[in-house]
Every structure is written in C-alpha cells, then in structure tokens.
Design a protein around this ligand. Structure first.
Ligand code: GLA
Length: 737
C-alpha cells in the first residue's frame, strides 16, 4: 500500500520505498502540506507548525476570530492568489467579473490502483505494477472551479508524479492565467537551488546557489523547453553532497515554455512551483471544459547521486517507450559534420561503406537531402528527395546503404518551414504570424502553427508517407529555432494566450500517432542539440542529440549536467573530427570516444580524413562499445568529481546493478609537468568481492578500491582519457574462505 489515508483525522500519506509525503486537511478545509523526505510511518505532523498572530498576514473568514491562522504563513499543497497568501501561486485565475480570486478548499479524495494518465500529454507509466494514484478534489466554491490534484506514486522508483486537472463546473468562463502542475513546500532548512542553464552548443551547465529571500524564476518563453534553462531543478540542503543530504528533484515532462519558480518567504519557508507557459499564458476554460497541466516527476533522495540514479531508472523504464527504450542502440554514423549540405549519392555511399567496414550499424542521412535544400535558407517543408543530389532516388540510396548491412535513418524538421518552399507558397497561413506583421526569422525559417489540426495532419501524413515508402529505421526529429510571433489565425483574440501550449499538444499528438504507428522506428529528438532535452520528449524519443558542440572537453560539462537527471541512454553523443568544428580544439580519438561512449554512441565525421591507424581504433571502439553498452545503458552512474584538488580531470563510474562489472572513465582537461597523481575512490562496488582491473592486470577487493581508493597511472599529452574495466572474479574475497 503506497497511499494511506486515515479518514478520521484526514491525513493522507504517500509512501515509496524510501520516502514519505504527508498532507492533511485542516480545520478550515485547506489542504496542508506537512512533510516530504525520508520514509516515516503515517502520524499527525501538525505539531511541526505553530500558528501565531502575524502582522500583515490576513486571516481567512472561516478562521473566525482566530488571528493566528494565515494562509501566508502555512504550507499548502496547492497555493492560489487573492486570498491572503502573497507568495508564488500555483494557480492564478480571472473570473468573468474581472476578479482574480481562487479560494481552494478540500472536497474529497480518492485512491486508485495504477498510475493516472493525462489526456494528450506524456506521463510516467506503471511499469512495475505497484503504482497507485491519489486524486484530491479542491474547489473554489463561488466560481465552482474544480482542481483535481493528481499524485501517482511509483513505489519502487521513489517517484511521485504530479499533475493537475482544472475543471470549470460553473456557468461562466474562467481564464487560467497560470495553471501550475505542482507546488512543493520546504518549511524549514537552508536550501540550494541546483539548475541547468546554457546556450546553443553549450547546454546543461550546472549552477548551484543558495535560495535567497524573494523569488527566483528559471524557465523559457521560447516555445520550447530551451537550451537556456532545462525544465529540471533540484533543491538540496546547503550541505548536501553527492553521497548525503536532503535532495528534492522536480522534473517537468514538458517540452514548451515553462516556469520553475522558487521563493524563500519572510519566515524562511521555501516554495517551488512549476507551471506551463510564460507570463503570456492564458487559457479560457468554458463551462464544462477541462485543462490538464503537464506532469512533474518529483523525487527525494539522500544525496545527489542517489537522486540522479532514481531519475535515470524512472526515465528509462517508466517514461521512454518503443522498441528501443530498453534495447541495444545501434552505433550510428551521421552525415552532418562529414558532408554538411554537400550531399550526393557517391559521397554518401562512400561514407556508408567505410562506416559499415568498421562495424557501424546505422547510417543517418542528416540535413540537405530534400528538395531545394542547398543550404539552410530554403527547402524546409518540401519533404521529397532532391533529384539533383540523389538522381538515382532515395529508394536506391537506401537500398545501397542496406546492402552494406547497415540500417538507414534520416533527418527531418517537420515543425518548420522556409519561405522559399512549395509548402509555404501553398499555405502561408500555416506559419505562426500575426495579421499585419512580418514574422521574425530564425535560421531564415518560420515556425508552423502546430495548434492547427490541419498542420498536424499534414505532418502525420508526410511522415507516414516517408516511413511507409522507404526502408527507414531511425528518424532524427529536429527543431532549429525559438518561437516568435505567437499567433494562430484559427483562434479568436481571447484565446491567443493558448497558442504555445496548443502547439506543444499538437506536437505530442503528431509524435504519439507516429510512434504508435511505427513502433520499430528509433526516434532521436533534437533541437539544435539540446534545445528540447526534456522528459516530455523522451516519452516519444528515447534518445536526444545532446548538443551541437561535439568537442569532448566541452561535452564533459554538458554531459555531466545531463547526468543529474537523465540517463546516459537518452544522450546522443558522437565522435567527430579533430580539430573540432565548433572549438578548433584537437583531442585524441580515444578521448572523443571515451566521452561519446558515455551516451547513445555514434560517429559524425568524414572517414576519408581519418588515418588507417585511427580507422583501426574506430573498429575497436565500436566493438568495445557493443560490449560495454548494457552497462552504459543500465548501470548505476556515479560522478566522481572534476577539477578538484589540483587534478584537472573529470571522472565518472558506472557499476552494474548486480555489482558484477564496473567501468571507470577519467578525462584530463589539462596536464602538468611533475604533476600530482589522480587518486579517487570507487563507489557502489561489492566490498567483499575481488575485482579484476582489466587494463591494469591487477585484482583488488571492492573494499580496498572504495576505501583506500585507486591511484591512476600518470596521464600525459593533450586531453588524455583513461578507461578501466572492472569485473568481479570472486565473491566474498575480503574474508578468509
Ligand atoms: C541542427 C542539429 C544538427 C544538424 C543540423 C542540420 O543544428 O542539431 O545536428 O542536424 O541541425 O541542419
């Protein structure tokens, strides 16, 4: 039983394997948040909170003359605006009379077996068969706005999924100006906010800073979850480390504009709220209508490592879907950095044959293959192959690639259009643009209005044609600009604030249809790299191109940032040429492979520029990756630290769940004369077992490796990498047999 309610006292406790979440209805009908953290048995936790008369913090009418009760000073499950709580609300409404008040009181609750689903939105699935759902109904009585708080408890995964259904049970329209997905209260303690910011070709830089007085908002108004701020935040105890300390994660399963707000209030209490859209969000709820706010996956763990591992497992098993989500991912070669737009049959086939000879399993024809696409100024929208580039036809090209033994994949960017395209000439109204205004361009392209069903249907239709007509096993689905000129010609003025969210719903409908109809196709998401690297996309695309920056040294930070929330299986990572096209830096091919092999692995370079010796190395790398892949995909991931104590290196470790195998990777970011040696301690091994350290020809116990640690051989040269495979050779070796 993961959800327990004590009817008499009106407490509700959500239990996962290691965590508890407590709430209760108070004397005035407000749903109060009481506790989230290490697992406790259900009991009355109201004793934690003491009320007293606080100035300028008003008292709800129902509290009568009790001046000690104020919504401004208590923790709530779901905060609203207009009734005396001045902190960030999860819900902001405007009623038909212009008032902006919502006074949500508890009505009822229900516990159900299984995990709820959300209409038209991604949501975690009950893969372990142990999920339960709690639905708590709150209502603003004067307007009859009904708010259904959903909690899906994934017991083994230590996850609580949260979402909200808003229903207008009244007879006047209600405008949702903010329709939050969750509110989390941390009444006591000193907290840091750890979030992941960046830019195109420089995503996911972790930043950890104290939650200060006032509000901090991270988010996106770009119509995509964005390179700038990932929709995943961690609140952790100021003293929390990788190994210990209270850590809370909020991960949004959402791919559009969003806000993740945190506030430390006048009494030191911290609140976090996640909501879809930016400040322009407006959703008109007509009488009888419902709005579903996207899901947030919430988790608690002792230490950042454990928190990350919990998310890795949940995303892999409960969010990603399709034939590939738990399967071996083919090692691919992508044509982009090899030939860019300079595509022709001979060049592509040469690359494909070279790749196949090295053991690569999938050939991906990137941008530049379709009609009119000579550069990135034209062609988007016309998804027929370009006969000038491929005179024998796409069919023939695919057949020749398949003859090498490789699978074939192709790049598309379906949500976009170039003005110089037949599609735009036929349907100029399909692009987002407001009447009387010329829309801004980004990469010289416009964004299609995916809030329109006809546009969604067009995408479904051409993609279905492509996947039916041709032998395609993989799709790279790109999105290469931020959204502007948000206006849909099919919606009335008062509904224009709905357009960004409707576009995301449109995208999800398209992806749901295609992934359901073509379950064997591997979809890789992309948005100029990680512009839409979020768990919402992962529901449809089990891997996403991590960044347009393929420099392994840059990728160290990007992939480290990703590792806080997302499993390695979701990160597209490729070996590219040296010097690197983004940074001009040269690194050894072994280093490039060591970094790319900590993800969904592939190559993206002109193999004609690679020496015979390096080709041999690539052949070995591909074989090695195949061997390591189960560990990379499913192993427990440990960040062992970077650039600390004078050691300029990033190091990380993967340990199989059964502790039979492990893989250590270290990449030096600088080398020095008379250098300090790098010493580190392993984690997660079986202390009593004896492990073989393959590349060292040594055998040592897990206890020694975890406590006394391990000193690396000296690393020399430019950006050297070091990998060490561990294999358990004897159990109980720490003790005398
Ligand atoms: C984006 C992607 C790249 C490549 C180009 C093609 O930038 O992230 O990998 O596909 O588009 O135009």
């Amino acid at each position: 039983m993961s959800i327990i309610d004590s009817k008499a006292e009106q407490w509700i406790t959500l239990q996962t394997r290691d965590t508890s979440y407590h709430m209760a209805v108070d004397d005035y009908g407000y749903l109060r948040h009481l506790y989230y953290g290490k697992r406790l048995e259900p009991e009355d936790l109201f004793y934690l909170y003491r009320n007293y008369d606080r100035g300028f913090s008003g008292n709800p009418r129902s509290a009568g003359s009790d001046r000690t009760y104020s919504l401004d000073a208590v923790c709530q499950e779901f905060s609203t605006a207009g009734v005396g709580d001045y902190r960030i609300p999860a819900l902001r409404v405007m009623h038909d009379d212009g008032s902006r008040i919502a006074d949500l009181r508890y009505v009822s609750h229900e516990i159900r077996k299984g995990k709820y689903a959300l209409p038209g939105l991604p949501a975690a699935r009950d893969e372990d068969g142990d999920a339960q759902t709690l639905e708590v109904v709150l209502r603003d009585e004067p307007s009859k706005l009904t708010v259904r708080l959903l909690y899906g408890v994934l017991e083994k995964k230590n996850m609580i999924a949260r979402a909200v259904l808003y229903e207008n049970a009244g007879d006047q329209p209600i405008v949702l100006e903010k329709a939050g997905s969750c509110c989390l209260e941390l009444p006591y303690g000193n907290w840091d906010l750890l979030h992941f910011h960046g830019r195109h070709a420089g995503e996911m830089t972790p930043e950890r800073a104290p939650v200060l007085q006032g509000v901090q908002t991270i988010g996106s108004g770009r119509g995509m979850s964005s390179h700038q701020h990932n929709p995943y935040v961690i609140l952790c105890d100021r003293l929390a480390t990788e190994d210990h300390g209270d850590c809370y994660g909020l991960m949004y399963l959402y791919s559009g504009s969003f806000r993740a707000e945190t506030e430390k209030d006048q009494y030191g209490s911290v609140r976090a709220v996640m909501s879809p859209g930016d400040e322009s969000f407006r959703w008109t709820l007509q009488p009888g209508a419902q709005f579903a706010a996207p899901e947030v996956l919430m988790s608690y763990a002792d230490g950042l490592t454990r928190l990350s591992q919990q998310y890795h497992q949940a995303i892999r098993e409960n969010i990603c879907r399709g034939a590939y989500h738990l399967a071996h991912r083919p090692v691919l070669i992508n044509s982009w950095e090899a030939v860019y737009f300079d595509i022709n049959t001979d060049r592509i086939l040469k690359l494909a044959r070279q790749a196949a000879a090295l053991g690569i399993e999938l050939f991906v024809l990137d941008d530049g293959w379709f009609h009119g696409r000579k550069d990135d100024n034209a062609g988007l929208g016309d998804w027929e192959y370009d006969p000038e580039k491929l005179p024998e036809g796409l069919d023939r090209l695919i057949a020749s690639v398949r003859e090498t033994g490789m699978l074939f994949g192709i790049w598309v960017e379906p949500e976009m259009v170039n003005e110089n395209s037949d599609l735009y000439r036929a349907h100029p109204d399909w692009a987002l643009a407001a009447p009387g205004r010329e829309p801004a361009r980004g990469r010289n392209q416009l964004v299609l209005d995916l809030s329109r069903e006809d546009v969604q249907d067009y995408i479904i239709q051409f993609m279905t044609g492509l996947l039916t007509k041709y032998d395609i096993s993989y799709i790279k689905w790109d999105f290469n600009r931020s959204v502007t000129d948000v206006y849909s010609r099919l919606l009335p003025a008062q509904q224009q604030g709905e357009v960004p969210h409707r576009c995301v719903l449109g995208l999800y409908r398209v992806l749901e249809t295609l992934t359901a109809n073509f379950p064997k196709v591997l979809f890789e998401g992309c948005s100029g790299g990680g512009g839409r690297f979020d768990a919402g996309m992962m529901y449809y695309t089990p891997q996403i191109w991590g960044s347009d920056d393929t420099d392994p040294i840059e990728r160290l930070t990007i992939q480290k940032g990703i590792s806080f929330g997302y499993p390695l299986s979701t990160v597209g990572a490729h070996v590219s040429i040296a010097p690197n096209h983004q940074t001009g830096r040269s690194t050894p091919i072994a280093t490039r492979a060591a970094v790319a092999a900590t993800g969904a692995f592939g190559y993206e370079l002109d193999l004609g520029l690679v020496s015979a010796a390096e080709q041999e190395e690539i052949r070995r790398q591909v074989q090695q990756y195949r061997e390591d892949e189960p560990l990379i995909r499913q192993g427990l991931y440990y960040r062992l630290g970077e650039n600390t104590e004078g050691m300029d290196a990033f190091s990380w470790l993967l340990v199989s769940e059964d502790q039979e195998q492990a893989l250590l990777t270290v990449v030096a970011t600088a080398t020095h004369g008379n250098a300090r040696l790098i010493h580190l301690r392993f984690k997660g091994l079986d202390p009593a077992a004896l492990y073989e350290l393959r590349e060292e020809g040594l055998e040592r116990t897990g206890a020694a490796l975890m406590n006394a640690g391990y000193t690396l051989p000296r690393l020399n040269g430019d950006y050297p990498a070091f990998r060490l495979h561990l294999k358990k050779v004897q159990t109980g070796a720490g003790k005398e047999e």
